[in-house]
Design a binder for this molecule. Structure first.
Ligand SMILES: NC(=O)c1ccc[n+]([C@@H]2O[C@H](COP(=O)([O-])OP(=O)(O)OC[C@H]3O[C@@H](n4cnc5c(N)ncnc54)[C@H](OP(=O)(O)O)[C@@H]3O)[C@@H](O)[C@H]2O)c1
Length: 337
């Protein structure tokens, strides 16, 4: 186990990042946030995880996103994050926005899944224990649950805020019609929805079909996950399948077949990125940030070099009409990834 550190964050960290307002709230989020879905589990290298988090913070990434089930094993990412917070970030809690979620299966029996008040309230208590925190900054319902009345699920989110266990609440993976109803219920309860967390990337644009406009008119922020389509929208697979990549690990969410099928498009997109003097990862992130309805882009990383590469995306978020048309031609008729 690594020794306690005397980590001191880079003094110029806030000069390296831009911050955007989250909907109509008082909260600013960095244009890039970091998620701990992968690379912080039982079998991942703890020191590498520490370095990733320190590198992110040194570059102005103040927001770390977790969920009860991130691991493997489920809960391990929160436990490891709690240890890293204690070792490296104990002087920085008030400079961090830490989020967690519940909504997918977490423990056996009828109370460890979906959207009941029973599940959400006890799950947040467990997350706080694992991370050794008194409160999270944002708590999300991770996915909609059509079997539980929306009033009950939103009531649970409202209760967490009133108990002081979450400062803000959000929704993830909700379709526009469900989200709109949820925003109304929360508003009536006196706890506004801060933010929505959907998947969004060059290949998967479902949020352009109503959700982004709804968020804008509702004053709710947006943080987009899997901006790099889990690593496909980078140059890493251009010359084969690298050892230790997510596709080689055959994650159920990213198979090597999926990567190989997409390769011709990746080669073509990489050329546009090069012409823009960007890496493909940078271009994929910039492409999301070009839209001012987006609050933050939620990346993952397996090494510090990837963070250092990805943060440069904020330097060029303008696209010409011609570039956008070329990107659209390449991704036309794409199956969402
Ligand atoms: N709400 C939800 O339902 C939901 C679902 C999924 C994710 N999320 C959140 O979103 C976060 C990000 O998701 P994601 O990990 O799928 O995001 P992503 O940014 O699309 O993919 C991250 C992966 O891309 C590769 N990568 C990152 N930067 C790179 C670079 N500069 N150059 C080359 N490769 C690079 C790495 O793959 P290798 O590991 O292969 O090196 C990394 O693990 C999660 O951690 C989680 O917090 C939420």
């Amino acid at each position: 186990m690594a020794k306690n550190s005397n980590y001191v964050a880079a003094e110029n960290r806030y000069e390296k990042m831009h911050y955007r307002r989250t909907g109509n709230s008082g909260l600013l989020l960095p244009e890039l946030s970091l998620g701990l879905w992968h690379n912080f589990g039982d079998n991942d290298n703890f020191k590498n995880g520490r370095n990733i988090l320190k590198c992110a913070f040194d570059n102005g990434i103040t927001h770390f996103d977790l969920a009860n089930n991130y691991g493997p094993s489920p809960g391990a990412a929160e436990e490891n994050f709690g240890k890293i917070l204690k070792k490296d970030f104990k002087n920085y809690r008030d400079e961090l926005i830490i989020s967690s979620k519940a909504g997918y299966g977490m423990w056996p029996g009828p109370y460890g899944d979906n959207g009941s008040k029973k599940y959400l309230i006890s799950s947040l208590d467990q997350s706080l224990q694992r991370m050794n925190l008194e409160y999270v900054d944002i708590f999300y319902h991770h996915r909609p649950d059509p079997e539980t009345p929306l009033e009950e699920t939103m009531g649970a989110l409202d209760l967490m805020v009133k108990q002081g266990k979450a400062l803000y609440v959000g929704l993830s993976n909700y379709q526009p019609s469900e989200a709109e109803k949820a925003f109304e219920i929360l508003k009536d309860l006196g706890t506004r929805c801060l933010i929505h967390q959907p998947k969004y990337n060059i290949f998967d644009r479902w949020i352009e079909d109503g959700l982004l406009n709804l968020l804008k008119i509702s004053g709710v922020g947006s943080i987009c996950f899997s901006p790099l389509a889990q690593g496909i929208l980078t140059d890493k697979y251009l010359s084969g399948l690298p050892k230790n990549s997510r596709a080689i690990k055959e994650s159920p969410f990213l198979t090597s077949n999926k990567v190989l099928e997409t390769l011709p498009k990746i080669i073509a997109l990489n050329k546009i990125a090069k012409d823009r003097n960007q890496t493909l990862a940078q271009m994929a992130i910039s492409w999301i940030l070009k839209d001012n309805r987006i609050t933050s882009v939620l990346i993952g990383a397996s090494k510090t070099e990837q963070i250092l590469d990805s943060v440069k995306a904020i330097e060029n978020t303008q696209f010409s009409e011609e570039e956008l048309n070329k990107i659209n031609e390449i991704t036309h008729n794409n199956k969402p990834l």
